[in-house]
Design a protein around this ligand. Structure first.
Ligand SMILES: [Zn+2]
Ligand SMILES: [Zn+2]
Length: 350
Protein backbone atom coordinates (compact mmCIF):
# COMPACT_ATOMS: atom_id res chain seq x y z
CA UNK A 1 0.00 0.00 0.00
CA UNK A 2 0.99 3.63 -0.40
CA UNK A 3 2.00 5.66 2.66
CA UNK A 4 3.26 9.23 2.92
CA UNK A 5 6.05 9.08 5.44
CA UNK A 6 8.53 11.18 7.36
CA UNK A 7 11.92 9.83 6.31
CA UNK A 8 13.92 12.67 7.85
CA UNK A 9 12.58 15.01 10.58
CA UNK A 10 11.24 18.19 8.94
CA UNK A 11 12.13 17.13 5.36
CA UNK A 12 9.38 16.73 2.72
CA UNK A 13 7.22 13.62 3.19
CA UNK A 14 7.96 10.76 0.80
CA UNK A 15 5.48 8.55 -0.99
CA UNK A 16 6.58 5.01 -0.18
CA UNK A 17 5.26 1.55 -0.89
CA UNK A 18 4.99 -0.27 2.46
CA UNK A 19 3.67 -3.74 3.39
CA UNK A 20 -0.09 -4.01 3.87
CA UNK A 21 -0.72 -4.42 7.63
CA UNK A 22 -2.33 -7.74 8.58
CA UNK A 23 -4.65 -7.54 11.60
CA UNK A 24 -3.61 -9.85 14.45
CA UNK A 25 -5.60 -10.72 17.58
CA UNK A 26 -8.19 -8.00 18.26
CA UNK A 27 -6.81 -5.63 15.59
CA UNK A 28 -9.00 -4.18 12.85
CA UNK A 29 -7.73 -3.02 9.45
CA UNK A 30 -9.42 0.12 8.12
CA UNK A 31 -9.26 1.33 4.52
CA UNK A 32 -8.68 5.06 5.04
CA UNK A 33 -11.10 7.34 3.18
CA UNK A 34 -10.47 10.57 5.11
CA UNK A 35 -7.49 11.68 7.19
CA UNK A 36 -7.25 15.14 8.72
CA UNK A 37 -4.02 17.10 8.82
CA UNK A 38 -3.62 18.52 12.29
CA UNK A 39 -1.45 21.42 13.40
CA UNK A 40 0.32 19.09 15.83
CA UNK A 41 1.43 17.04 12.82
CA UNK A 42 3.79 19.92 12.07
CA UNK A 43 5.51 19.34 15.44
CA UNK A 44 5.57 15.58 14.89
CA UNK A 45 7.04 16.18 11.43
CA UNK A 46 9.73 18.48 12.94
CA UNK A 47 10.41 15.76 15.50
CA UNK A 48 10.13 17.89 18.65
CA UNK A 49 8.03 20.14 20.87
CA UNK A 50 9.53 23.44 22.11
CA UNK A 51 9.48 23.52 25.94
CA UNK A 52 10.92 27.03 26.20
CA UNK A 53 14.33 28.17 27.39
CA UNK A 54 16.00 26.20 24.59
CA UNK A 55 14.62 22.87 25.86
CA UNK A 56 13.03 20.40 23.46
CA UNK A 57 10.93 17.26 23.85
CA UNK A 58 11.92 15.06 20.94
CA UNK A 59 9.91 12.30 19.31
CA UNK A 60 13.00 10.11 19.26
CA UNK A 61 13.19 10.36 23.06
CA UNK A 62 9.61 9.08 23.07
CA UNK A 63 10.65 6.09 21.01
CA UNK A 64 9.35 7.13 17.58
CA UNK A 65 11.65 5.93 14.80
CA UNK A 66 11.78 6.76 11.09
CA UNK A 67 10.31 6.23 8.58
CA UNK A 68 7.00 7.14 10.20
CA UNK A 69 3.43 7.61 8.94
CA UNK A 70 1.54 10.48 10.61
CA UNK A 71 -2.22 11.03 10.66
CA UNK A 72 -4.38 10.81 13.81
CA UNK A 73 -7.72 12.03 12.39
CA UNK A 74 -8.51 8.87 10.52
CA UNK A 75 -11.71 7.31 9.32
CA UNK A 76 -12.69 4.77 6.76
CA UNK A 77 -14.20 1.41 6.06
CA UNK A 78 -13.45 -1.77 7.97
CA UNK A 79 -11.45 -3.92 5.54
CA UNK A 80 -10.39 -6.93 7.64
CA UNK A 81 -10.65 -8.23 11.21
CA UNK A 82 -8.10 -10.04 13.36
CA UNK A 83 -9.27 -13.48 14.61
CA UNK A 84 -10.31 -12.07 18.04
CA UNK A 85 -11.90 -8.81 16.82
CA UNK A 86 -15.66 -8.66 17.43
CA UNK A 87 -18.41 -6.08 17.20
CA UNK A 88 -17.72 -4.63 13.74
CA UNK A 89 -18.08 -6.08 10.26
CA UNK A 90 -16.22 -5.62 6.99
CA UNK A 91 -17.71 -2.56 5.27
CA UNK A 92 -18.68 -0.72 8.50
CA UNK A 93 -17.63 2.93 8.41
CA UNK A 94 -15.86 4.12 11.55
CA UNK A 95 -13.58 6.81 13.01
CA UNK A 96 -10.35 5.36 14.40
CA UNK A 97 -10.08 6.88 17.90
CA UNK A 98 -6.32 7.58 18.11
CA UNK A 99 -5.59 8.36 21.79
CA UNK A 100 -4.94 4.83 22.94
CA UNK A 101 -3.04 3.62 26.01
CA UNK A 102 -1.49 0.23 26.70
CA UNK A 103 -4.91 -1.12 27.72
CA UNK A 104 -3.54 -3.05 30.72
CA UNK A 105 -2.34 -0.59 33.38
CA UNK A 106 -4.46 0.92 36.18
CA UNK A 107 -5.23 4.22 34.41
CA UNK A 108 -6.18 2.42 31.17
CA UNK A 109 -8.43 0.06 33.13
CA UNK A 110 -10.38 3.01 34.52
CA UNK A 111 -10.70 4.65 31.08
CA UNK A 112 -8.06 7.37 31.53
CA UNK A 113 -5.85 6.12 28.74
CA UNK A 114 -4.40 9.59 28.17
CA UNK A 115 -2.53 9.20 31.47
CA UNK A 116 -0.97 5.91 30.39
CA UNK A 117 2.83 5.87 30.33
CA UNK A 118 2.94 3.43 27.41
CA UNK A 119 0.63 5.04 24.83
CA UNK A 120 -0.07 3.51 21.42
CA UNK A 121 -1.33 6.69 19.75
CA UNK A 122 -2.35 6.20 16.14
CA UNK A 123 -0.32 8.61 13.99
CA UNK A 124 2.05 9.69 16.79
CA UNK A 125 3.41 6.37 18.15
CA UNK A 126 1.85 3.85 15.76
CA UNK A 127 1.43 4.29 11.99
CA UNK A 128 -1.40 6.69 11.16
CA UNK A 129 -3.71 7.75 8.37
CA UNK A 130 -1.46 9.36 5.76
CA UNK A 131 -1.77 6.01 4.02
CA UNK A 132 -4.24 3.78 2.24
CA UNK A 133 -4.81 1.55 5.28
CA UNK A 134 -4.48 1.91 9.04
CA UNK A 135 -4.72 -0.51 11.99
CA UNK A 136 -6.83 -0.03 15.12
CA UNK A 137 -5.70 -2.26 18.03
CA UNK A 138 -9.26 -3.16 19.14
CA UNK A 139 -12.83 -2.61 17.87
CA UNK A 140 -13.64 -0.50 20.97
CA UNK A 141 -11.55 2.30 19.44
CA UNK A 142 -13.79 2.44 16.35
CA UNK A 143 -16.41 5.16 16.67
CA UNK A 144 -19.59 5.36 14.62
CA UNK A 145 -20.26 8.59 12.69
CA UNK A 146 -23.44 7.73 10.83
CA UNK A 147 -25.09 10.78 9.29
CA UNK A 148 -22.03 13.00 9.72
CA UNK A 149 -20.06 14.35 6.76
CA UNK A 150 -16.79 12.36 6.47
CA UNK A 151 -14.19 15.16 6.58
CA UNK A 152 -15.98 16.77 9.53
CA UNK A 153 -16.15 13.43 11.35
CA UNK A 154 -12.42 12.86 10.77
CA UNK A 155 -11.51 16.16 12.42
CA UNK A 156 -13.59 15.21 15.48
CA UNK A 157 -10.90 12.63 16.41
CA UNK A 158 -8.41 15.36 17.29
CA UNK A 159 -9.41 19.00 16.92
CA UNK A 160 -13.03 18.19 17.80
CA UNK A 161 -12.37 16.07 20.87
CA UNK A 162 -9.56 18.43 21.97
CA UNK A 163 -11.95 21.38 21.91
CA UNK A 164 -14.71 19.35 23.57
CA UNK A 165 -12.48 18.07 26.40
CA UNK A 166 -11.22 21.61 27.12
CA UNK A 167 -14.79 22.93 27.26
CA UNK A 168 -15.87 20.08 29.60
CA UNK A 169 -13.19 21.27 32.04
CA UNK A 170 -15.02 24.60 32.39
CA UNK A 171 -18.61 23.36 32.11
CA UNK A 172 -19.24 24.64 35.65
CA UNK A 173 -19.64 28.21 34.34
CA UNK A 174 -22.94 29.91 35.10
CA UNK A 175 -24.95 31.76 32.46
CA UNK A 176 -23.85 35.19 33.76
CA UNK A 177 -20.13 34.29 33.76
CA UNK A 178 -17.72 34.59 30.84
CA UNK A 179 -15.58 32.12 28.99
CA UNK A 180 -12.74 33.62 26.98
CA UNK A 181 -11.38 31.52 24.13
CA UNK A 182 -7.97 32.64 22.87
CA UNK A 183 -7.12 31.70 19.30
CA UNK A 184 -9.73 31.17 16.58
CA UNK A 185 -7.60 28.89 14.40
CA UNK A 186 -8.47 25.25 13.66
CA UNK A 187 -9.06 23.87 17.17
CA UNK A 188 -10.16 27.22 18.60
CA UNK A 189 -12.80 27.59 15.91
CA UNK A 190 -14.02 24.06 16.61
CA UNK A 191 -14.30 25.06 20.29
CA UNK A 192 -16.19 28.25 19.47
CA UNK A 193 -18.58 26.26 17.26
CA UNK A 194 -19.54 23.88 20.09
CA UNK A 195 -19.03 26.14 23.15
CA UNK A 196 -22.71 26.98 23.56
CA UNK A 197 -23.62 23.28 23.53
CA UNK A 198 -21.25 22.53 26.45
CA UNK A 199 -20.85 25.72 28.52
CA UNK A 200 -23.59 28.08 29.73
CA UNK A 201 -21.48 31.27 30.05
CA UNK A 202 -21.10 34.14 27.60
CA UNK A 203 -18.35 33.71 25.03
CA UNK A 204 -15.53 36.22 24.40
CA UNK A 205 -13.00 35.33 21.71
CA UNK A 206 -9.53 36.86 21.49
CA UNK A 207 -7.44 36.68 18.33
CA UNK A 208 -4.86 39.02 16.80
CA UNK A 209 -6.16 38.40 13.24
CA UNK A 210 -9.25 40.40 12.17
CA UNK A 211 -10.30 37.63 9.74
CA UNK A 212 -10.25 35.09 12.56
CA UNK A 213 -12.23 37.43 14.83
CA UNK A 214 -14.85 37.69 12.06
CA UNK A 215 -14.88 33.88 11.77
CA UNK A 216 -15.35 33.70 15.56
CA UNK A 217 -18.41 35.97 15.41
CA UNK A 218 -19.84 33.83 12.60
CA UNK A 219 -19.20 30.70 14.70
CA UNK A 220 -21.11 32.05 17.71
CA UNK A 221 -18.86 34.35 19.77
CA UNK A 222 -20.77 37.03 21.74
CA UNK A 223 -17.82 39.45 21.71
CA UNK A 224 -14.34 39.56 20.22
CA UNK A 225 -11.15 41.33 21.22
CA UNK A 226 -7.76 41.88 19.57
CA UNK A 227 -5.28 40.52 22.11
CA UNK A 228 -2.45 42.23 20.21
CA UNK A 229 -3.92 45.58 21.28
CA UNK A 230 -2.21 47.10 24.35
CA UNK A 231 -5.64 47.87 25.82
CA UNK A 232 -6.89 44.27 25.38
CA UNK A 233 -6.77 43.31 29.08
CA UNK A 234 -8.66 46.47 30.08
CA UNK A 235 -11.24 45.81 27.36
CA UNK A 236 -11.85 42.24 28.54
CA UNK A 237 -12.12 43.36 32.18
CA UNK A 238 -14.70 45.92 31.09
CA UNK A 239 -16.78 43.69 28.80
CA UNK A 240 -16.86 40.92 31.41
CA UNK A 241 -17.42 43.15 34.45
CA UNK A 242 -14.14 42.25 36.18
CA UNK A 243 -12.62 39.40 34.20
CA UNK A 244 -13.46 36.08 32.59
CA UNK A 245 -14.23 33.24 35.02
CA UNK A 246 -12.52 30.83 32.65
CA UNK A 247 -10.17 31.08 29.70
CA UNK A 248 -9.12 28.43 27.23
CA UNK A 249 -5.82 29.17 25.49
CA UNK A 250 -5.83 27.37 22.16
CA UNK A 251 -2.52 29.01 21.19
CA UNK A 252 -0.29 28.16 24.14
CA UNK A 253 2.31 30.89 23.60
CA UNK A 254 3.94 33.02 26.31
CA UNK A 255 1.97 36.10 25.18
CA UNK A 256 -1.43 34.38 25.15
CA UNK A 257 -0.91 32.67 28.50
CA UNK A 258 0.21 35.94 30.10
CA UNK A 259 -2.78 37.75 28.59
CA UNK A 260 -5.18 35.08 29.87
CA UNK A 261 -3.89 35.27 33.45
CA UNK A 262 -4.32 39.05 33.48
CA UNK A 263 -7.82 38.90 32.00
CA UNK A 264 -9.15 36.25 34.43
CA UNK A 265 -11.49 37.13 37.28
CA UNK A 266 -10.75 36.18 40.89
CA UNK A 267 -11.21 32.43 41.20
CA UNK A 268 -10.72 32.06 37.46
CA UNK A 269 -9.53 28.95 35.65
CA UNK A 270 -7.05 28.87 32.79
CA UNK A 271 -7.07 25.81 30.56
CA UNK A 272 -4.00 25.58 28.32
CA UNK A 273 -4.51 23.54 25.16
CA UNK A 274 -2.27 25.04 22.48
CA UNK A 275 1.18 23.62 21.86
CA UNK A 276 2.80 26.71 20.34
CA UNK A 277 5.53 26.42 22.95
CA UNK A 278 7.80 28.64 24.95
CA UNK A 279 7.54 29.49 28.66
CA UNK A 280 4.87 31.72 30.21
CA UNK A 281 5.84 34.52 32.60
CA UNK A 282 3.59 33.90 35.59
CA UNK A 283 3.79 36.25 38.59
CA UNK A 284 3.62 33.61 41.34
CA UNK A 285 1.75 35.86 43.81
CA UNK A 286 -1.10 36.10 41.26
CA UNK A 287 -1.92 32.42 41.79
CA UNK A 288 -2.90 32.75 45.48
CA UNK A 289 -4.01 36.40 45.39
CA UNK A 290 -6.44 35.77 42.54
CA UNK A 291 -7.08 32.14 43.59
CA UNK A 292 -6.44 30.93 40.07
CA UNK A 293 -6.54 27.42 38.74
CA UNK A 294 -4.23 26.31 35.93
CA UNK A 295 -5.17 23.18 33.98
CA UNK A 296 -3.48 21.52 31.02
CA UNK A 297 -5.76 19.75 28.58
CA UNK A 298 -4.49 17.32 25.97
CA UNK A 299 -6.85 15.92 23.32
CA UNK A 300 -9.70 13.91 24.91
CA UNK A 301 -10.60 10.43 26.08
CA UNK A 302 -12.79 7.77 24.45
CA UNK A 303 -15.82 8.62 26.58
CA UNK A 304 -15.53 12.30 25.57
CA UNK A 305 -15.26 11.18 21.93
CA UNK A 306 -18.59 9.35 22.23
CA UNK A 307 -20.16 12.37 23.98
CA UNK A 308 -18.87 14.64 21.23
CA UNK A 309 -20.21 12.43 18.43
CA UNK A 310 -23.64 12.45 20.10
CA UNK A 311 -23.58 16.28 19.98
CA UNK A 312 -22.34 16.27 16.37
CA UNK A 313 -25.06 13.83 15.28
CA UNK A 314 -27.65 16.03 17.04
CA UNK A 315 -26.47 18.97 14.90
CA UNK A 316 -25.19 20.93 17.93
CA UNK A 317 -21.63 21.40 16.64
CA UNK A 318 -20.90 23.89 13.88
CA UNK A 319 -18.52 22.26 11.39
CA UNK A 320 -15.25 24.12 10.84
CA UNK A 321 -14.36 25.11 7.25
CA UNK A 322 -12.63 22.18 5.56
CA UNK A 323 -10.57 21.96 2.37
CA UNK A 324 -10.32 18.38 1.05
CA UNK A 325 -7.00 17.42 -0.54
CA UNK A 326 -6.24 14.13 -2.32
CA UNK A 327 -4.12 11.71 -0.29
CA UNK A 328 -1.27 11.96 -2.83
CA UNK A 329 -0.92 15.66 -1.89
CA UNK A 330 -0.16 14.82 1.77
CA UNK A 331 3.35 16.25 1.66
CA UNK A 332 2.33 19.48 -0.07
CA UNK A 333 -0.72 19.90 2.15
CA UNK A 334 1.23 19.75 5.41
CA UNK A 335 3.83 22.13 3.95
CA UNK A 336 1.00 24.53 3.04
CA UNK A 337 -0.39 24.27 6.58
CA UNK A 338 3.06 25.01 8.03
CA UNK A 339 3.36 28.02 5.72
CA UNK A 340 0.04 29.42 6.92
CA UNK A 341 -1.77 28.94 3.61
CA UNK A 342 -4.63 26.83 5.00
CA UNK A 343 -8.03 28.42 5.58
CA UNK A 344 -9.81 26.03 7.91
CA UNK A 345 -8.63 22.44 7.99
CA UNK A 346 -7.12 20.18 5.36
CA UNK A 347 -8.49 16.66 5.17
CA UNK A 348 -6.83 14.09 2.92
CA UNK A 349 -9.35 12.02 1.01
CA UNK A 350 -8.91 8.74 -0.82
ZN1 LIG B 1 -4.16 16.57 16.29
ZN1 LIG C 1 -1.94 1.91 30.08
Amino acid sequence: MRAYQIVEWGAPLEEREVPMPEPQGTEVLVRVTASGICHSDIHIWDGYFDLGGGNKLTLEDRGVGLPFTMGHEVLGEVAALGPEAEGVAVGDRRIVFPWIGCGDCAVCQRGEELLCLAPRTVGARKPGGYAEYCLAPHPRYLVDFEGVDEPHAATCACSGVTAYSALRKVDFLRADEHLMIIGAGGVGLAGIGMAKAVVKGKLVVADIDPAKRAAAIAAGADEVVDNGDGEAVAKVLEMTGGGAMAAIDFVGAPATGGFAVQALARGGTLVVVGLFGGAMPLPMAMMPLKMLRLIGSYVGNLQEMHELMALVKAGKVKPVPITPRPLREAGQAIADLRDGKAVGRYVLTN
